[in-house]
Design a protein around this ligand. Sequence first.
Ligand SMILES: NC(=O)c1ccc[n+]([C@@H]2O[C@H](COP(=O)([O-])OP(=O)(O)OC[C@H]3O[C@@H](n4cnc5c(N)ncnc54)[C@H](OP(=O)(O)O)[C@@H]3O)[C@@H](O)[C@H]2O)c1
Length: 415
Amino acid sequence: MWLHLAVLVGLFCLLRWYRERQVVSHLRDKFVFITGCDSGFGNLLARQLDLRGLRVLAGCLTEQGAKQLRSQTSDRLQTVILDVTKPESVAAAAEWVKERVGDRGLWGLVNNAGISTPTALNEWLTKQDFMKILEVNLLGVIDVTLNVLPLVRKARGRVVNVSSVMGRVALFGGGYCMSKYGVEAFSDSLRRELSYFGVKVVMIEPGYFKTTVTSPKALSQSLQASWNQASPEIKELYGEKFLAHFLNSVDLLETTCCQDLSLVTNCMEHALTACHPRTRYSPGWDAKLIYLPMSYLPSFLVDLMCTGIAPSLLRPCNPRLGCIVGGVAYRVGRGCVGGVKYSGEQSSPGRVSPGRPSHLIAISSPVSSWDITEDSGILGRNKLCSEKLRSVALLCVLFPHQPLKALSLMALLPP
Ligand SMILES: NC(=O)c1ccc[n+]([C@@H]2O[C@H](COP(=O)([O-])OP(=O)(O)OC[C@H]3O[C@@H](n4cnc5c(N)ncnc54)[C@H](OP(=O)(O)O)[C@@H]3O)[C@@H](O)[C@H]2O)c1
Protein backbone atom coordinates (compact mmCIF):
# COMPACT_ATOMS: atom_id res chain seq x y z
CA MET A 1 0.00 0.00 0.00
CA TRP A 2 2.78 2.47 1.00
CA LEU A 3 4.72 1.50 -2.11
CA HIS A 4 1.71 2.22 -4.32
CA LEU A 5 1.23 5.56 -2.62
CA ALA A 6 4.90 6.48 -3.05
CA VAL A 7 4.75 5.55 -6.75
CA LEU A 8 1.61 7.65 -7.23
CA VAL A 9 3.15 10.66 -5.48
CA GLY A 10 6.35 10.21 -7.50
CA LEU A 11 4.39 10.08 -10.77
CA PHE A 12 2.41 13.17 -9.80
CA CYS A 13 5.61 15.11 -9.04
CA LEU A 14 7.18 13.98 -12.32
CA LEU A 15 4.14 15.01 -14.33
CA ARG A 16 3.96 18.37 -12.59
CA TRP A 17 7.67 18.98 -13.12
CA TYR A 18 7.31 18.16 -16.83
CA ARG A 19 4.24 20.39 -17.26
CA GLU A 20 5.87 23.31 -15.51
CA ARG A 21 8.95 23.13 -17.72
CA GLN A 22 6.98 23.89 -20.90
CA VAL A 23 7.79 27.44 -22.03
CA VAL A 24 5.65 29.79 -24.10
CA SER A 25 7.01 30.42 -27.61
CA HIS A 26 7.99 33.78 -29.22
CA LEU A 27 8.84 35.43 -25.91
CA ARG A 28 10.80 38.18 -27.65
CA ASP A 29 7.57 39.49 -29.21
CA LYS A 30 5.68 39.65 -25.96
CA PHE A 31 5.02 42.83 -23.96
CA VAL A 32 4.89 42.83 -20.18
CA PHE A 33 3.73 45.86 -18.17
CA ILE A 34 5.00 46.00 -14.56
CA THR A 35 3.97 48.56 -11.92
CA GLY A 36 6.28 49.79 -9.14
CA CYS A 37 9.61 49.29 -10.93
CA ASP A 38 11.60 51.93 -9.01
CA SER A 39 12.88 49.38 -6.50
CA GLY A 40 12.46 45.90 -5.00
CA PHE A 41 10.79 43.01 -6.83
CA GLY A 42 9.44 45.18 -9.67
CA ASN A 43 12.85 46.62 -10.46
CA LEU A 44 14.57 43.23 -10.42
CA LEU A 45 11.81 41.62 -12.50
CA ALA A 46 12.04 44.37 -15.14
CA ARG A 47 15.79 43.78 -15.48
CA GLN A 48 15.37 39.98 -15.43
CA LEU A 49 12.69 39.94 -18.17
CA ASP A 50 14.69 42.42 -20.23
CA LEU A 51 17.67 40.04 -20.10
CA ARG A 52 15.37 37.18 -21.11
CA GLY A 53 14.41 39.18 -24.23
CA LEU A 54 10.82 40.15 -23.40
CA ARG A 55 9.59 43.67 -24.18
CA VAL A 56 9.29 45.31 -20.79
CA LEU A 57 7.06 48.32 -20.18
CA ALA A 58 8.04 49.52 -16.72
CA GLY A 59 5.79 51.76 -14.62
CA CYS A 60 7.86 53.84 -12.18
CA LEU A 61 6.59 56.20 -9.51
CA THR A 62 9.44 58.68 -9.94
CA GLU A 63 11.45 60.00 -12.88
CA GLN A 64 14.61 59.25 -10.93
CA GLY A 65 13.64 55.58 -10.59
CA ALA A 66 12.77 55.37 -14.29
CA LYS A 67 16.07 56.95 -15.34
CA GLN A 68 18.07 54.60 -13.15
CA LEU A 69 16.25 51.55 -14.52
CA ARG A 70 16.76 52.63 -18.13
CA SER A 71 20.47 53.05 -17.47
CA GLN A 72 20.70 49.41 -16.29
CA THR A 73 18.74 47.79 -19.13
CA SER A 74 18.60 47.45 -22.91
CA ASP A 75 16.91 49.93 -25.27
CA ARG A 76 13.98 47.54 -25.59
CA LEU A 77 12.82 48.39 -22.06
CA GLN A 78 10.63 51.49 -21.89
CA THR A 79 9.41 53.36 -18.84
CA VAL A 80 6.35 55.39 -17.96
CA ILE A 81 5.60 57.46 -14.86
CA LEU A 82 2.72 55.85 -13.01
CA ASP A 83 1.06 56.59 -9.69
CA VAL A 84 -1.52 53.84 -9.24
CA THR A 85 -3.55 55.97 -6.80
CA LYS A 86 -4.27 58.63 -9.45
CA PRO A 87 -6.95 57.66 -12.00
CA GLU A 88 -5.60 60.13 -14.59
CA SER A 89 -2.09 58.70 -14.24
CA VAL A 90 -3.43 55.15 -14.62
CA ALA A 91 -5.53 56.09 -17.68
CA ALA A 92 -2.55 57.87 -19.31
CA ALA A 93 -0.26 54.89 -18.65
CA ALA A 94 -2.86 52.48 -20.09
CA GLU A 95 -3.07 54.63 -23.24
CA TRP A 96 0.74 54.65 -23.46
CA VAL A 97 0.79 50.84 -23.17
CA LYS A 98 -1.93 50.54 -25.84
CA GLU A 99 0.14 52.60 -28.28
CA ARG A 100 3.15 50.37 -27.77
CA VAL A 101 1.54 46.93 -27.93
CA GLY A 102 -0.72 47.70 -30.92
CA ASP A 103 -2.68 44.75 -32.29
CA ARG A 104 -0.58 42.18 -30.47
CA GLY A 105 -2.13 43.06 -27.16
CA LEU A 106 -0.45 42.91 -23.76
CA TRP A 107 0.92 39.50 -22.83
CA GLY A 108 1.54 40.22 -19.16
CA LEU A 109 0.39 42.68 -16.51
CA VAL A 110 2.27 42.53 -13.20
CA ASN A 111 0.52 44.46 -10.42
CA ASN A 112 3.50 44.86 -8.14
CA ALA A 113 3.38 48.44 -6.74
CA GLY A 114 2.74 48.44 -3.02
CA ILE A 115 3.40 50.11 0.33
CA SER A 116 3.36 48.82 3.90
CA THR A 117 2.91 51.92 6.03
CA PRO A 118 1.15 53.25 8.08
CA THR A 119 1.14 50.02 10.05
CA ALA A 120 0.43 49.77 13.77
CA LEU A 121 -2.23 48.35 16.07
CA ASN A 122 -5.66 48.98 14.58
CA GLU A 123 -6.80 51.34 17.31
CA TRP A 124 -3.71 53.53 16.95
CA LEU A 125 -4.67 54.30 13.37
CA THR A 126 -7.21 56.53 11.64
CA LYS A 127 -9.50 55.75 8.73
CA GLN A 128 -7.16 57.77 6.49
CA ASP A 129 -4.25 55.52 7.50
CA PHE A 130 -6.19 52.46 6.34
CA MET A 131 -7.22 54.21 3.14
CA LYS A 132 -3.65 55.19 2.27
CA ILE A 133 -2.56 51.55 1.99
CA LEU A 134 -5.78 50.31 0.43
CA GLU A 135 -5.54 53.02 -2.28
CA VAL A 136 -2.17 51.70 -3.47
CA ASN A 137 -2.25 47.99 -2.71
CA LEU A 138 -5.86 47.19 -3.56
CA LEU A 139 -7.67 49.98 -5.43
CA GLY A 140 -4.51 50.66 -7.45
CA VAL A 141 -4.38 47.01 -8.52
CA ILE A 142 -8.05 47.07 -9.50
CA ASP A 143 -7.78 50.37 -11.41
CA VAL A 144 -4.70 49.34 -13.42
CA THR A 145 -6.19 45.92 -14.19
CA LEU A 146 -9.52 47.32 -15.40
CA ASN A 147 -7.72 49.83 -17.61
CA VAL A 148 -5.45 47.35 -19.41
CA LEU A 149 -7.64 44.23 -19.31
CA PRO A 150 -8.88 44.61 -22.93
CA LEU A 151 -5.24 44.54 -24.05
CA VAL A 152 -4.48 41.42 -21.99
CA ARG A 153 -7.59 39.70 -23.32
CA LYS A 154 -6.49 40.45 -26.87
CA ALA A 155 -3.20 38.63 -26.24
CA ARG A 156 -4.86 35.84 -24.20
CA GLY A 157 -2.18 36.73 -21.70
CA ARG A 158 -1.53 36.79 -17.95
CA VAL A 159 -2.37 38.97 -14.96
CA VAL A 160 0.14 38.50 -12.15
CA ASN A 161 -0.94 40.08 -8.88
CA VAL A 162 1.57 40.48 -6.08
CA SER A 163 -0.23 39.56 -2.90
CA SER A 164 1.56 38.35 0.25
CA VAL A 165 1.41 35.61 2.85
CA MET A 166 -0.24 38.36 4.86
CA GLY A 167 -3.12 37.87 2.44
CA ARG A 168 -3.48 34.39 3.94
CA VAL A 169 -2.98 35.15 7.66
CA ALA A 170 -3.49 38.62 9.12
CA LEU A 171 -0.71 38.88 11.67
CA PHE A 172 -0.88 42.60 12.35
CA GLY A 173 -3.27 45.54 12.23
CA GLY A 174 -3.63 48.32 9.72
CA GLY A 175 -4.50 48.28 6.04
CA TYR A 176 -1.70 46.04 4.74
CA CYS A 177 -3.14 42.58 5.47
CA MET A 178 -6.62 43.77 4.47
CA SER A 179 -5.29 45.05 1.16
CA LYS A 180 -3.63 41.70 0.44
CA TYR A 181 -6.76 39.75 1.43
CA GLY A 182 -8.55 42.02 -1.05
CA VAL A 183 -6.00 41.26 -3.78
CA GLU A 184 -6.58 37.54 -3.17
CA ALA A 185 -10.35 37.92 -3.50
CA PHE A 186 -10.05 40.13 -6.59
CA SER A 187 -7.63 37.68 -8.23
CA ASP A 188 -9.74 34.61 -7.44
CA SER A 189 -12.89 36.10 -8.94
CA LEU A 190 -11.01 37.56 -11.91
CA ARG A 191 -9.34 34.21 -12.65
CA ARG A 192 -12.70 32.47 -12.88
CA GLU A 193 -14.22 35.18 -15.07
CA LEU A 194 -11.28 35.39 -17.47
CA SER A 195 -10.70 31.66 -17.85
CA TYR A 196 -13.35 31.70 -20.61
CA PHE A 197 -11.13 34.08 -22.61
CA GLY A 198 -7.91 32.12 -22.17
CA VAL A 199 -6.47 34.69 -19.73
CA LYS A 200 -4.65 33.31 -16.67
CA VAL A 201 -4.61 35.13 -13.33
CA VAL A 202 -1.79 34.29 -10.96
CA MET A 203 -1.00 35.34 -7.40
CA ILE A 204 2.46 35.74 -5.89
CA GLU A 205 2.42 35.40 -2.10
CA PRO A 206 5.95 36.09 -0.85
CA GLY A 207 7.08 35.67 2.73
CA TYR A 208 9.30 38.36 4.27
CA PHE A 209 12.00 39.73 1.94
CA LYS A 210 14.41 42.57 2.49
CA THR A 211 13.00 45.56 0.56
CA THR A 212 11.63 49.00 1.39
CA VAL A 213 8.32 47.39 2.33
CA THR A 214 9.98 45.54 5.23
CA SER A 215 12.48 48.28 6.12
CA PRO A 216 12.64 48.40 9.96
CA LYS A 217 13.46 52.11 9.79
CA ALA A 218 10.35 52.95 7.77
CA LEU A 219 8.15 50.67 9.87
CA SER A 220 9.51 52.08 13.14
CA GLN A 221 8.97 55.65 11.96
CA SER A 222 5.42 54.81 10.94
CA LEU A 223 4.79 53.11 14.28
CA GLN A 224 6.15 56.09 16.19
CA ALA A 225 4.02 58.47 14.08
CA SER A 226 0.88 56.41 14.79
CA TRP A 227 1.75 56.41 18.48
CA ASN A 228 2.24 60.18 18.44
CA GLN A 229 -1.19 60.70 16.89
CA ALA A 230 -2.93 58.22 19.21
CA SER A 231 -5.26 59.56 21.89
CA PRO A 232 -4.01 60.07 25.48
CA GLU A 233 -6.36 57.25 26.51
CA ILE A 234 -4.64 54.81 24.12
CA LYS A 235 -1.22 55.95 25.28
CA GLU A 236 -2.14 55.42 28.90
CA LEU A 237 -3.64 52.04 28.13
CA TYR A 238 -0.65 50.65 26.26
CA GLY A 239 2.19 52.56 27.88
CA GLU A 240 5.60 53.65 26.59
CA LYS A 241 7.16 50.28 27.49
CA PHE A 242 4.77 48.50 25.20
CA LEU A 243 5.78 50.85 22.40
CA ALA A 244 9.46 50.14 23.13
CA HIS A 245 8.79 46.36 22.94
CA PHE A 246 6.92 46.85 19.69
CA LEU A 247 9.76 48.90 18.20
CA ASN A 248 12.29 46.27 19.29
CA SER A 249 10.34 43.50 17.57
CA VAL A 250 10.23 45.59 14.38
CA ASP A 251 14.03 45.85 14.50
CA LEU A 252 14.25 42.06 14.73
CA LEU A 253 12.35 41.77 11.45
CA GLU A 254 15.51 42.56 9.49
CA THR A 255 17.25 39.44 10.77
CA THR A 256 14.44 37.17 9.55
CA CYS A 257 13.99 38.70 6.09
CA CYS A 258 15.31 36.78 3.09
CA GLN A 259 17.77 38.80 1.02
CA ASP A 260 17.47 36.83 -2.21
CA LEU A 261 14.75 38.70 -4.12
CA SER A 262 15.23 36.44 -7.14
CA LEU A 263 13.23 33.74 -5.33
CA VAL A 264 10.23 36.01 -5.86
CA THR A 265 11.08 37.30 -9.34
CA ASN A 266 11.77 33.75 -10.57
CA CYS A 267 8.20 32.87 -9.60
CA MET A 268 6.93 35.96 -11.43
CA GLU A 269 9.00 35.03 -14.47
CA HIS A 270 7.64 31.49 -14.41
CA ALA A 271 4.09 32.84 -14.16
CA LEU A 272 4.72 34.90 -17.30
CA THR A 273 6.71 32.44 -19.40
CA ALA A 274 5.46 28.94 -18.53
CA CYS A 275 2.70 27.35 -20.61
CA HIS A 276 1.10 26.10 -17.42
CA PRO A 277 1.69 28.62 -14.62
CA ARG A 278 0.57 27.84 -11.10
CA THR A 279 -2.35 29.75 -9.62
CA ARG A 280 -0.36 30.68 -6.52
CA TYR A 281 3.34 30.94 -5.82
CA SER A 282 4.64 31.26 -2.28
CA PRO A 283 8.34 32.11 -2.40
CA GLY A 284 10.34 32.15 0.84
CA TRP A 285 10.96 29.49 3.48
CA ASP A 286 8.80 31.34 6.02
CA ALA A 287 5.86 31.38 3.61
CA LYS A 288 6.16 27.66 2.92
CA LEU A 289 6.96 26.43 6.41
CA ILE A 290 5.12 28.85 8.67
CA TYR A 291 2.47 31.09 7.14
CA LEU A 292 0.86 28.76 4.59
CA PRO A 293 0.49 25.84 7.02
CA MET A 294 -0.83 28.37 9.55
CA SER A 295 -3.46 29.55 7.10
CA TYR A 296 -4.99 26.07 7.01
CA LEU A 297 -5.21 25.72 10.81
CA PRO A 298 -8.37 26.43 12.84
CA SER A 299 -8.58 30.06 13.95
CA PHE A 300 -8.19 29.29 17.66
CA LEU A 301 -4.86 27.58 16.98
CA VAL A 302 -3.65 30.46 14.82
CA ASP A 303 -4.64 32.90 17.58
CA LEU A 304 -2.67 30.83 20.03
CA MET A 305 0.38 30.70 17.78
CA CYS A 306 0.22 34.45 17.22
CA THR A 307 0.23 35.18 20.93
CA GLY A 308 3.19 32.83 21.24
CA ILE A 309 5.13 34.31 18.33
CA ALA A 310 4.58 37.96 19.14
CA PRO A 311 3.48 38.25 22.75
CA SER A 312 4.73 41.76 23.28
CA LEU A 313 2.69 42.91 20.30
CA LEU A 314 -0.51 41.38 21.47
CA ARG A 315 -0.46 42.09 25.15
CA PRO A 316 -1.09 45.67 26.26
CA CYS A 317 0.74 45.04 29.51
CA ASN A 318 3.71 46.47 31.16
CA PRO A 319 5.91 43.40 31.61
CA ARG A 320 7.15 44.57 35.01
CA LEU A 321 3.86 45.78 36.41
CA GLY A 322 1.51 43.13 35.12
CA CYS A 323 -1.63 43.49 33.09
CA ILE A 324 -2.85 47.08 33.12
CA VAL A 325 -6.49 46.08 33.14
CA GLY A 326 -5.74 44.15 36.27
CA GLY A 327 -4.99 40.49 36.52
CA VAL A 328 -2.69 37.80 37.71
CA ALA A 329 0.03 36.24 35.69
CA TYR A 330 1.84 33.04 36.43
CA ARG A 331 5.10 31.87 35.09
CA VAL A 332 4.50 28.62 33.26
CA GLY A 333 7.59 26.57 32.62
CA ARG A 334 10.61 28.32 31.21
CA GLY A 335 9.86 31.82 29.98
CA CYS A 336 6.15 31.27 29.54
CA VAL A 337 3.24 32.91 31.24
CA GLY A 338 -0.32 31.75 31.73
CA GLY A 339 -2.82 34.05 33.28
CA VAL A 340 -6.29 35.04 34.29
CA LYS A 341 -7.37 38.53 33.42
CA TYR A 342 -9.69 40.37 35.78
CA SER A 343 -11.87 43.38 35.38
CA GLY A 344 -10.48 44.89 38.58
CA GLU A 345 -8.06 47.79 38.54
CA GLN A 346 -4.37 47.40 39.11
CA SER A 347 -3.70 48.80 42.56
CA SER A 348 0.07 48.80 42.67
CA PRO A 349 2.96 47.34 40.75
CA GLY A 350 2.45 43.59 40.60
CA ARG A 351 -0.72 43.69 42.68
CA VAL A 352 -4.29 43.64 41.53
CA SER A 353 -7.66 44.21 43.07
CA PRO A 354 -9.59 41.43 41.45
CA GLY A 355 -13.16 42.15 40.48
CA ARG A 356 -15.23 39.69 38.53
CA PRO A 357 -13.31 37.36 36.29
CA SER A 358 -13.92 38.88 32.89
CA HIS A 359 -11.79 36.90 30.56
CA LEU A 360 -9.38 34.05 30.56
CA ILE A 361 -6.15 34.34 28.73
CA ALA A 362 -3.35 31.93 28.02
CA ILE A 363 -0.23 33.53 26.79
CA SER A 364 3.32 32.44 26.34
CA SER A 365 6.02 34.98 26.58
CA PRO A 366 9.77 35.18 26.33
CA VAL A 367 9.73 38.18 28.68
CA SER A 368 12.18 37.28 31.37
CA SER A 369 11.50 40.35 33.49
CA TRP A 370 7.92 39.32 34.18
CA ASP A 371 8.14 38.29 37.79
CA ILE A 372 4.95 38.92 39.66
CA THR A 373 4.17 35.43 40.87
CA GLU A 374 4.84 36.56 44.46
CA ASP A 375 1.78 38.78 44.31
CA SER A 376 -0.57 36.33 42.70
CA GLY A 377 -3.21 36.21 45.37
CA ILE A 378 -6.15 35.31 43.23
CA LEU A 379 -6.37 31.66 44.26
CA GLY A 380 -4.94 32.30 47.68
CA ARG A 381 -1.60 30.77 46.76
CA ASN A 382 1.63 32.58 46.26
CA LYS A 383 3.91 30.18 44.51
CA LEU A 384 2.66 27.55 42.12
CA CYS A 385 4.78 24.68 40.96
CA SER A 386 5.58 24.78 37.28
CA GLU A 387 3.61 21.59 36.62
CA LYS A 388 0.48 23.15 37.99
CA LEU A 389 1.16 26.32 36.08
CA ARG A 390 1.27 24.34 32.87
CA SER A 391 -2.13 22.89 33.77
CA VAL A 392 -3.43 26.40 34.40
CA ALA A 393 -2.31 27.46 30.95
CA LEU A 394 -3.87 24.35 29.43
CA LEU A 395 -7.19 25.06 31.14
CA CYS A 396 -7.10 28.62 29.88
CA VAL A 397 -6.61 27.29 26.39
CA LEU A 398 -9.28 24.60 26.68
CA PHE A 399 -11.92 26.92 28.12
CA PRO A 400 -11.22 30.35 26.68
CA HIS A 401 -14.87 31.33 26.77
CA GLN A 402 -15.76 29.60 30.01
CA PRO A 403 -13.72 31.33 32.69
CA LEU A 404 -15.80 30.03 35.58
CA LYS A 405 -15.43 26.43 34.47
CA ALA A 406 -11.71 26.88 34.06
CA LEU A 407 -11.46 28.58 37.45
CA SER A 408 -13.36 25.83 39.23
CA LEU A 409 -11.18 23.21 37.60
CA MET A 410 -8.14 25.19 38.65
CA ALA A 411 -9.36 25.18 42.23
CA LEU A 412 -9.47 21.38 42.10
CA LEU A 413 -5.80 21.18 41.20
CA PRO A 414 -3.56 20.07 44.08
CA PRO A 415 -1.69 22.95 45.75
N1 LIG B 1 9.17 42.68 0.68
C1 LIG B 1 8.37 41.77 1.17
O1 LIG B 1 8.70 41.08 2.12
C2 LIG B 1 7.03 41.55 0.53
C3 LIG B 1 6.32 40.43 0.95
C4 LIG B 1 5.07 40.18 0.40
C5 LIG B 1 4.57 41.03 -0.57
N2 LIG B 1 5.30 42.12 -0.96
C6 LIG B 1 4.71 42.96 -2.01
O2 LIG B 1 5.60 43.07 -3.08
C7 LIG B 1 5.31 44.25 -3.81
C8 LIG B 1 6.59 44.97 -4.13
O3 LIG B 1 7.16 45.45 -2.93
P1 LIG B 1 8.70 45.39 -2.62
O4 LIG B 1 8.87 44.49 -1.48
O5 LIG B 1 9.50 45.16 -3.83
O6 LIG B 1 8.94 46.86 -2.02
P2 LIG B 1 9.43 48.19 -2.74
O7 LIG B 1 10.86 48.08 -3.07
O8 LIG B 1 9.03 49.33 -1.87
O9 LIG B 1 8.59 48.23 -4.08
C9 LIG B 1 7.34 48.83 -4.18
C10 LIG B 1 7.33 49.69 -5.40
O10 LIG B 1 6.04 50.29 -5.54
C11 LIG B 1 6.23 51.68 -5.82
N3 LIG B 1 5.09 52.46 -5.42
C12 LIG B 1 4.75 52.88 -4.18
N4 LIG B 1 3.62 53.60 -4.23
C13 LIG B 1 3.24 53.64 -5.53
C14 LIG B 1 2.17 54.25 -6.21
N5 LIG B 1 1.26 54.99 -5.58
N6 LIG B 1 2.10 54.11 -7.56
C15 LIG B 1 3.02 53.38 -8.22
N7 LIG B 1 4.06 52.80 -7.64
C16 LIG B 1 4.18 52.93 -6.29
C17 LIG B 1 7.48 52.05 -5.06
O11 LIG B 1 8.04 53.22 -5.60
P3 LIG B 1 9.13 54.05 -4.73
O12 LIG B 1 10.29 53.12 -4.54
O13 LIG B 1 9.47 55.24 -5.59
O14 LIG B 1 8.44 54.41 -3.47
C18 LIG B 1 8.35 50.82 -5.32
O15 LIG B 1 9.01 50.91 -6.54
C19 LIG B 1 4.33 45.04 -2.96
O16 LIG B 1 3.03 44.88 -3.46
C20 LIG B 1 4.45 44.39 -1.59
O17 LIG B 1 3.27 44.51 -0.84
C21 LIG B 1 6.50 42.39 -0.42
